[in-house]
Write a protein that binds this ligand. Structure first.
Ligand code: HEC
Length: 160
């Protein structure tokens, strides 16, 4: 864009100086350009809203009970909704899919703890406050969240 002339138009002492007429034309051009740019920016900042792909998670009632237990008892290490925390890994990963860690591994982790073996985050202490029914709920929560996030697919089952 053109630089405005440093000369002050209409400053006392230079009324009607030779440069003042061309300066005001420049000002008009500059204003028009500025108006055009602002219009462009306003339109650019308000584009058509994009379409967003939202995957909705519908938990079974067992899994939603498990989610509450998880976020109360496990999230301080594993992160909210098992998304990973400073002290423990996310469980929503292929490393914890059923082929790698079957449901029994979840049961053992809660009842006996886990000795550090997979990461460098230390060991998991047993969680004695969790009842056996709650472990089933936790398992449903972990599996359903893994499936919803594409960690593994259910094999098609025959209609019961
Ligand atoms: C004090 C922190 C802490 C808490 C609380 C905690 N965990 Fe862990 N957990 C860990 C750590 C650390 C590991 C990873 C150990 C490794 O593999 O190196 C782990 C690993 C696991 C594993 C993988 C087990 C395996 O065989 O590798 C499962 C499943 C698990 N935790 C579930 C839970 C559940 C469910 C809860 C809540 C009832 C919970 N954890 C609470 C720290 C914690």
């Amino acid at each position: 864009m053109s630089e405005p002339s440093p000369e002050q138009p209409g400053s006392p002492g230079s009324p009607g100086s030779p440069g003042s007429k061309s300066y005001s034309r420049l000002t008009i051009i500059a204003l028009a350009v500025a108006a055009g740019i602002s219009l462009f920016l306003i339109m650019k900042e308000n584009p058509k809203p994009p379409k967003v792909l939202v995957s909705l998670l519908e938990f079974s009632s067992q899994a939603s009970r498990g989610q509450k237990v998880f976020n109360r008892a496990c999230a301080k290490c594993h992160g909210i909704n098992a998304s990973g925390g400073a002290k423990a890994p996310s469980l929503i990963s292929k490393a914890y899919a059923p082929m790698a860690h079957a449901d029994g591994a979840i049961y053992l982790a809660v009842t006996r703890g886990v000795r550090r073996h997979h990461w460098n985050l230390g060991s998991m202490p047993p969680q004695p406050g969790i009842k056996p029914d709650e472990i089933k709920d936790l398992t449903a929560f972990i599996r359903e969240t893994q499936r919803a996030n594409g960690i593994y697919k259910l094999k098609p089952t025959k209609a019961r």
